[in-house]
Design a protein around this ligand. Structure first.
Ligand SMILES: Cc1cc2nc3c(=O)[nH]c(=O)nc-3n(C[C@H](O)[C@H](O)[C@H](O)COP(=O)(O)OP(=O)(O)OC[C@H]3O[C@@H](n4cnc5c(N)ncnc54)[C@H](O)[C@@H]3O)c2cc1C
Ligand SMILES: NC(=O)c1ccc[n+]([C@@H]2O[C@H](COP(=O)([O-])OP(=O)(O)OC[C@H]3O[C@@H](n4cnc5c(N)ncnc54)[C@H](OP(=O)(O)O)[C@@H]3O)[C@@H](O)[C@H]2O)c1
Length: 492
């Protein structure tokens, strides 16, 4: 696996980082793509995509359960767990297709190995980075590159010292691995962490007939969202049958007689309780994979485990860039895609002749969605953020049940606590849209037009130019990608 080539660019990680070899197909740059695990990164192999395959099944089950409200009769549906396993894993195999996809391009080499920095060399007055490649702990060789894009993602951060590792809990990594995918559905499950992953899986497993308890450390679920969204989500999950516990510290995890236990302490009252279940699922956030890179060999420092970057995604070491989860900005796949596109443009596009031709990252219109019992779509500021910035704003609010589609889908004004809604925050003087928060079916797509509005820069592109779509972010994986990505797939 030793290459004598000096690559123009080495990319570590095959998630959003693949935008760079994709660009090299057009430009002919010499690119090395290095992946230590499965081709395709987190989103495909144990993140967004397999999760949403499961969420869609939950959506169908939810619809049939609520069928009576919609004037339907008949037995509710159940999940066919072995069949779902096949559906999930047949999708995951698609990552291997990357090898065939890049094979016709002699300027793009793929390395299935873990990369770490060996150091740098001066060759004919140029600084060249040297990367060690290893597999299963065995050194495989080295490659050299003029520039390196670090896009090597993050992994579940299992809280240490609580005995959690010892009880072998599920994580998104173990769930979506053949060897550790549960062969039968547990009857009961404790989900630790009430962020995006926790609230999506609480919905999924509760729909599949598992009795779920969702345990959150903060006082509210999905704390990155507007508090009104967090409150409503708690109501809807409880109404759906999930036992939601907030404000809980985990003291200890243990295993006895095939059952798993969690000892919890209430953060307000100090009261302790012990919960038990067949399975524990840990969704307590992520930590970056920078610790695999030996960054000390190139003198690149991290801050709280992440690599700081500037508006051009440059790190403190010239020639080294960091994008996606590893720069700790916004840990979402569409953000990683967006950053990959920006780096592909800045480092390879022939139109970039001067520094001012480069694109800067703009994080002012990042959409996010949570695919849970009632989808959440968000872009812009939350109310506490508006208050913190002393903005003089007004709030527009409409219940989902007040729309014809809301009623058609079974939402009723008398069920206010579990109704969907849209809440818009607008600056009083300027009429500027500050934030939009939606809880409703397909909220992940309903948020899209507002994302494009907020991202639009009339000095850059006229309002009817398609670049207003392609240079903005579209929630992944949402129905809106159907229209957004059509602008990136031109017929010959
Ligand atoms: C269960 C789950 C559900 C999610 N759902 C969503 C969602 O619905 N929407 C959304 O936007 N985001 C979602 N996310 C987050 C999203 O998956 C990540 O933000 C995104 O995948 C990060 O992309 P990335 O390009 O930074 O890195 P990744 O896609 O993580 O790619 C990094 C790659 O680098 C490899 N690697 C690591 N170290 C090395 C090394 N030293 N050498 C070589 N290779 C290395 C890894 O194996 C990995 O394949 C979800 C995450 C999880 C876990
Ligand atoms: N739909 C999507 O876009 C989507 C879906 C899945 C994942 N993701 C992304 O993937 C990343 C990981 O997701 P995540 O849900 O694991 O992380 P997250 O969004 O950071 O949420 C983790 C939650 O777990 C809580 N927590 C931490 N330790 C705990 C403990 N010991 N006991 C109980 N609760 C604990 C945290 O509480 P505190 O608030 O007190 O810290 C936090 O709210 C995130 O960046 C997320 O955005 C996105």
């Amino acid at each position: 696996m030793l290459s004598k080539k000096i690559y123009d660019l080495a990319v570590i990680g095959s998630g959003g980082g693949t935008y760079l070899p994709d660009k090299a197909i057009e430009t002919g740059h010499q690119v090395a793509l290095i992946e230590g695990s499965d081709w395709g990164g987190t989103c495909l192999n144990h993140g967004c995509i397999p999760t949403k395959i499961m969420v869609h099944v939950a959506d169908v089950i939810k619809m049939t359960r609520q069928g009576q409200d919609l004037a339907l009769k008949g037995n509710p549906m159940e999940v066919d767990w072995p069949k779902l396993e096949e559906r999930v894993f047949s999708k995951l195999q698609e990552g291997e297709g990357m090898v065939d996809y890049y094979a016709p391009y002699p300027n793009i080499d793929l390395y299935k190995a873990f990369a770490s920095f060996a150091g740098r060399e001066e060759i004919e007055g140029e600084t060249i980075f040297v990367l060690n490649l290893s597999k299963g702990g065995q050194k495989q060789g080295q490659i050299k590159a003029r520039q390196v894009v670090i896009a090597n993602g993050a992994r579940t951060n299992i809280p240490m010292g609580l005995g959690l590792e010892e009880v072998k809990p599920l994580t998104s990594e173990t769930l979506f691995k053949r060897e550790t995918w549960p062969k039968t559905l547990p009857k009961t499950m404790l989900i630790l962490g009430g962020g995006d992953i926790g609230t999506e899986f609480a919905y999924v497993f509760q729909s599949f007939g598992v009795k779920v308890s969702l345990i959150q450390r903060s006082g509210r679920l999905v704390p990155k969202q507007d508090p009104e969204v967090s409150d409503r989500l708690k109501n809807v999950l409880v109404d759906y049958g999930v036992n939601v516990l907030t404000n809980k510290t985990t003291i200890e995890a243990s295993l006895a007689d095939g059952q798993k236990y969690l000892r919890l302490k209430d953060r307000e009252s100090g009261e302790e309780e012990t919960l038990t279940a067949d399975e524990i699922f840990v969704c307590t956030g992520v930590r970056s994979n920078v610790d695999t890179l030996a960054l000390e060999n190139i003198g690149l420092e991290t801050v709280r485990g992440y690599i700081p970057t500037n508006a051009y995604l440059e790190t403190a070491v010239p020639g080294i860039y960091a994008m996606g989860d590893v720069n700790g900005m916004y840990q979402l796949r569409h953000v990683s895609n967006y950053e990959g596109q920006i780096l592909a443009h800045n480092l390879m596009d022939p139109s970039v002749k001067r520094p001012e031709d480069r694109r800067k990252v703009d994080y002012s219109a990042i959409p996010r969605a949570t695919f849970t019992v009632l989808q959440i779509g968000q872009v812009g500021l939350t109310e506490p953020e508006c208050l913190a910035q002393n903005l003089d704003y007004k709030v527009g609010y409409l219940r989902f049940s007040d729309t014809a589609q809301g009623y058609a889908r079974g939402f009723l004004p008398e069920h206010e606590k579990i109704d969907g809604f849209c809440k818009v925050l607008v600056e009083k003087d300027t009429h500027r849209i500050l934030g939009v928060h939606i809880m409703a079916d397909e909220a992940s797509s309903l948020i899209t037009p507002f994302t494009y509005l907020l991202a639009m820069d009339p000095e850059k592109h006229a309002p009817n130019r398609y670049e207003n779509v392609t240079e903005a972010m579209t929630v992944h994986p949402s129905l809106s990608e159907l229209s957004a990505w059509a602008f990136e797939n031109w017929r010959e």
